[in-house]
Design a protein around this ligand. Sequence first.
Ligand SMILES: Cc1cc2nc3c(=O)[nH]c(=O)nc-3n(C[C@H](O)[C@H](O)[C@H](O)COP(=O)(O)OP(=O)(O)OC[C@H]3O[C@@H](n4cnc5c(N)ncnc54)[C@H](O)[C@@H]3O)c2cc1C
Length: 408
Amino acid sequence: MDRFDVIVLGGGLLGSSVAMHLAQRGVKSIAVLDVDLGGRYSSSELNAGGVRATWRSEMNVALSLASIEFYESVRDEVGFDQKGYLWLYDDERWSAACDAIKWQNQHGLGVRALTPDQVQQHCPLLDQLDGVAGATFSPRDGLLNPNLVKELYRARARAAAGGGVRFENYSYVVAVDPEPDKVTVRALKFQEFSPAGDQAIKAILCDAMPPDEAAAVKLTADMVVNCTGAWARRTAPLYGHVVPVRPVRRQIAIAHARDVDLRPYGMFVDTSGVYFHRESTHILAGFADPDEPDEYRFKYDGERWFEETIWPALASRISRCGQMKHRSGWSGLYEYTPDLCGVLGFAPGHDRVVEAFAFTGRGAMQSWAAGRAAAELVTARRYETIDCTPLRPTRFADGELVQESLSI
Ligand SMILES: Cc1cc2nc3c(=O)[nH]c(=O)nc-3n(C[C@H](O)[C@H](O)[C@H](O)COP(=O)(O)OP(=O)(O)OC[C@H]3O[C@@H](n4cnc5c(N)ncnc54)[C@H](O)[C@@H]3O)c2cc1C
């Protein structure tokens, strides 16, 4: 049986960030367990790479801003392309957006309100602004490469802890038993048997069906940090915490339109809710379909979804997108909570289990600061930098939700 100081469940952006911060705080032995460290179904590998501090709650601004300051410091290593968010508003939402700017700029975000004419000057490609009352432009926001961020966290974890950090692949956690002096974690360890490996991983992550030939392993630690993202709905009950986390499929399309080069710009958010940005010389576009059921599923609806959802929004903003061609796409999971904000804190009734999951559409951009906060709880048992108490897991039962109205 292996004994560690800390076991991290899940090695996505959150788990990798937690491992890095723990190692940098001097924790000597850390195990990160994941069904698939490559993350082929993890949200960390399937997101849009957007980074913004333009939120409307103190909590989200604080976590995003601290993370942005880190991404600025490793700009080239993580492909941080700080070209802002251009967010278009209709009449109904424009006055609330204007009200928020003053407050956002007290946090040094430098957000500007743009008239439709100024939007066209900013990006002449946006030549159809019907229904646009105005836009906000936030220059400190931008795009990054989430895979590079995750690999950076892992490399820094290894650099700080040396052989003391173990990233354990193909390890499916099936039991978490907190005891007075330790936490025992049981996992099923399987071999990668590509090309069937992909089906095995999918069977685990969608249907909780591990391969028959998996070997049972038992590990113990002083502390456990649960970073299983959308799978927290399954893993938190292992230690008795039933969490209101909903896995919801979100799709992204890649398309191409002649003479539409979005590389000089950052993220665009349309009044329709469709967001888009450059993907090399192509366009990446996504939309959070409100009718999507709660489910672990990854099927991409392809051309039909693109034609019905993405194309109408883009073609009505950019006339050159009228002839846009669908190329490919994918889907990943959002991890919704009742207030659409992440969960961070000690699991209810446990002082050896910290939870850091369900960061919905902001887990990439907030992963650096959220990981630091979780590491503070593990090592100091309190927050030392950003007070993340508003994200405590008990807030749903207490009815003290975070007030955030700018989720995509
Ligand atoms: C389409 C889409 C677009 C998005 N766009 C953005 C964006 O622009 N900006 C942004 O900041 N965020 C965005 N997000 C959200 C962001 O991707 C997530 O919030 C973030 O990646 C969550 O990271 P995580 O480490 O918590 O979870 P994950 O990356 O999902 O990692 C969880 C890990 O836990 C593992 N796991 C699960 N169960 C077990 C188990 N029992 N045993 C062992 N391992 C287990 C999984 O294999 C997985 O690797 C988007 C998400 C999607 C789906």
